[in-house]
Design a protein around this ligand. Structure first.
Ligand SMILES: CC(C)(COP(=O)(O)OP(=O)(O)OC[C@H]1O[C@@H](n2cnc3c(N)ncnc32)[C@H](O)[C@@H]1OP(=O)(O)O)[C@@H](O)C(=O)NCCC(=O)NCCS
Length: 144
């Protein structure tokens, strides 16, 4: 889909941005509203994918140790999955990361998302944590 573009949300778009994060990563597991945010929102780089002025996918980049950056909160609305939206979000954040001097991206991938990250050049290192007692995560990494 070529008419999808990615940029940081602004002004009154923030509410929709966090709603998409909640719907894709929290609501399906019965997690409460508010659980989709953490204390690093202000210092992070945010990416939203827009289609017809609506946000259909989200992701976030934050600084990690040394020259590392971490991508978190990647979620695409289920009706838009498999159309390249997630890959566009990753590319946008990888470009921003390079601009910030980040050399390596790390992330904790949910098991269901491993093939998606592999397609985008990320390698699996080890099992990391089990979220809510059921979602296994894997530490992945990509050199930029
Ligand atoms: C994981 C997720 C972000 C992927 O986004 P997406 O927009 O559907 O992915 P894309 O369309 O950009 O996929 C890129 C490639 O990965 C592949 N891929 C994506 N999900 C896949 C899956 N579950 N199994 C196998 N391949 C998959 C696609 O086929 C595509 O390959 P192609 O380029 O050869 O066609 C999205 O499915 C999602 O939000 N899932 C629910 C929430 C979640 O699990 N988020 C990740 C948390 S770590």
């Amino acid at each position: 889909m070529e008419d999808i573009h990615v940029r940081s949300p602004k002004n009154n778009e923030w509410e929709e941005y966090f709603t998409v994060r909640y719907k894709t990563l929290r609501e399906p597991w019965g997690q409460p509203k508010g659980s989709e945010k953490d204390s690093e929102e202000d210092s992070a780089v945010h990416a939203a994918a827009f289609y017809n002025n609506k946000i259909i996918g989200v992701a976030r980049l934050q600084k990690a140790e040394g020259t590392k950056g971490q991508i978190r909160y990647m979620g695409v609305l289920s009706s838009f999955e498999g159309k390249g939206v997630g890959s566009k979000l990753l590319k946008y954040l990888e470009t921003k990361a390079k601009e910030l001097g980040i050399e390596t991206i790390i992330l904790n991938a949910r098991e269901n998302a491993l093939p998606f990250y592999r397609k985008n050049g990320y390698e699996t290192f080890e099992k990391s944590y089990l979220l809510w007692g059921e979602i296994q995560h894997y530490l992945m990494q990509k050199s930029l």
